[in-house]
Design a protein around this ligand. Structure first.
Ligand code: SAM
Ligand code: SF4
Length: 415
């Protein structure tokens, strides 16, 4: 799933035009009637030292039964969200996330995509992304994935520093990142994202500058830059507790973020979400689904869905997930109804995490109520403190507000 860095460690500059990217280009009513599809692939060669995603090393033999289960779920999920006239639900994007979806074979990926096309009405120009680890890619596989219909590749590069890659527990070298991008270009990919992390133990500003310079030589259409979060249950967490590693301090993280933002904007990238930069026309439509609080259907072990006022999640264990699907049941284990007030607060919260902010006319169209009525005087104090700014129908966090985002978000909650 999308990894969103905490606002509190960032001091992003807001210099983009609000028209670029965040305002839905289609009517809101139509968008709310569609879904984005997420397929989770919970396998990795080894576990990176910082990662707490629902993914497992040593389970590669489960790939074939897992794919069979996922094919089954795609069919069941498609049936569960048919339009009232019995036609399949329209889907605008498909995202193979993980884990490491690039560990699946080309025939497996092809079968999963074919199943999506059978059970959903996929847009002709759908964005279809596959997350990949550069250490798992070869030329032939990339040609096959591209021919299967994947039109966007998202690679976890993390750093161009060999020592830092080792510290992170990555299975690839800096050269393999470069090679993977060249292979992907040769295979025909014209939309590539690279993920990088900053605020790493022992990472200096110079490391970061060199990594960004090397990334820019590859000219990816999209960059996601995440500030390291030390997650409980990871090796990084125990190493921090034991004093074996020390994450970068907040000021250095903020400097790294500001350096990256200025550099990328000068190179023509738009900072359309706090952690995401894209060349014009390459904003991730799938990730915008989450930030615009639009419907999505997650399939696979531990995947989350948000659809028609309900949020639900699947069984997390791959073995148990496979077992449930053998009985032709949906693997949903938790579900909650999203009341209107909660949906309003969440829509505002998610949008305020983006660089462009909340589009007030769209909010009113969606909920039949102006944002000012919903929020009452709850934001007065933070507005007076200069944490928010408003222009051209957009409400967004000010530079200071980005550092103190939680103070704003807490006040969005209905009384
Ligand atoms: C599912 S992974 C990407 C695909 C693939 N599994 C890989 O790592 O190459 C999504 C991204 O989240 C980021 N990420 C994961 N754990 C993180 C953490 N603890 N702090 C910051 N970013 C993290 C990494 O940049 C990673 O590439
Ligand atoms: S390869 Fe990606 S999903 Fe797997 S452990 Fe590493 S960061 Fe997590």
């Amino acid at each position: 799933m999308t990894y969103t860095a905490p606002l509190t460690t960032h001091t992003a500059q807001q210099t983009n035009s609000p028209q670029q990217g965040m305002q839905p280009s289609e009517s809101l009513a139509r968008l709310l009637d569609t879904a984005s599809l997420y397929l989770h692939v919970p396998f990795c060669h080894t576990r990176c030292h910082y990662c707490d995603f629902n993914t497992y090393a040593g389970l590669l033999p489960l790939r074939a039964p897992y794919v069979r289960a996922l094919l089954n779920e795609i069919e069941l999920a498609g049936q569960s969200v048919l339009y009232p006239d019995g036609s399949p639900r329209r889907a605008r994007t498909i995202f193979f996330g993980g884990g490491t979806p690039s560990l699946l074979t080309v025939p497996q990926i092809t079968r999963l995509l074919t199943a999506c096309y059978r059970s959903f009405a996929i847009d002709a120009d759908a964005e279809i992304t596959l997350e990949a680890n550069p250490g798992t890619l070869d030329q032939q596989q990339l040609v096959g994935i591209h021919a299967a219909g994947i039109n966007r590749l998202s690679m976890g590069a993390q750093s161009f520093d060999a020592y830092l890659l080792k510290t992170l527990g990555r299975i690839h070298t800096p050269d393999e990142i470069e090679q993977a991008v060249h292979f992907a270009r040769a295979a025909g990919f014209t939309s590539i994202n690279l993920d990088f992390m900053f605020g790493l133990p022992e990472q200096t500003m110079q490391h970061w500058q060199e990594t960004l310079a090397q990334a820019l030589i590859l000219r990816p259409e999209h960059l996601s830059l995440y500030s390291l979060i030390i997650e409980e249950g990871t090796l990084f967490h125990s190493w921090t507790e034991e004093g074996r590693i020390t994450p970068a301090d907040e000021d250095l993280c903020a400097d790294m973020y500001e350096y990256a933002d200025a550099l990328l904007q000068a190179e023509g990238y738009i900072n359309y979400e706090i952690s995401n930069w894209a060349l014009p026309g390459h904003q991730s439509r799938h990730n915008l689904t989450y930030w615009q609080n639009l419907p999505y259907i997650g399939m696979g072990a531990g995947a989350y869905s948000s659809f028609q006022g309900r949020r639900y999640s699947n069984e997390r264990s791959p073995q148990e997930y496979i077992r449930i699907l053998k009985t032709h049941r949906l693997p949903e284990v938790e579900s909650e109804t999203i009341e209107q007030a909660q949906a309003m607060a969440e829509t505002a919260f998610l949008a305020l995490r983006t660089a462009l902010g909340l589009h007030l006319p769209t909010f009113e169209e969606r909920f039949g109520q102006p944002f000012s009525t919903f929020v009452g005087d709850r934001l007065h104090l933070v507005e007076e403190a200069g944490l928010l700014e408003q222009a051209d129908g957009w409400l967004r966090l000010s530079k200071r507000g980005r550092l103190l985002g939680n103070a704003v978000f807490l006040r969005l909650l209905p009384n």
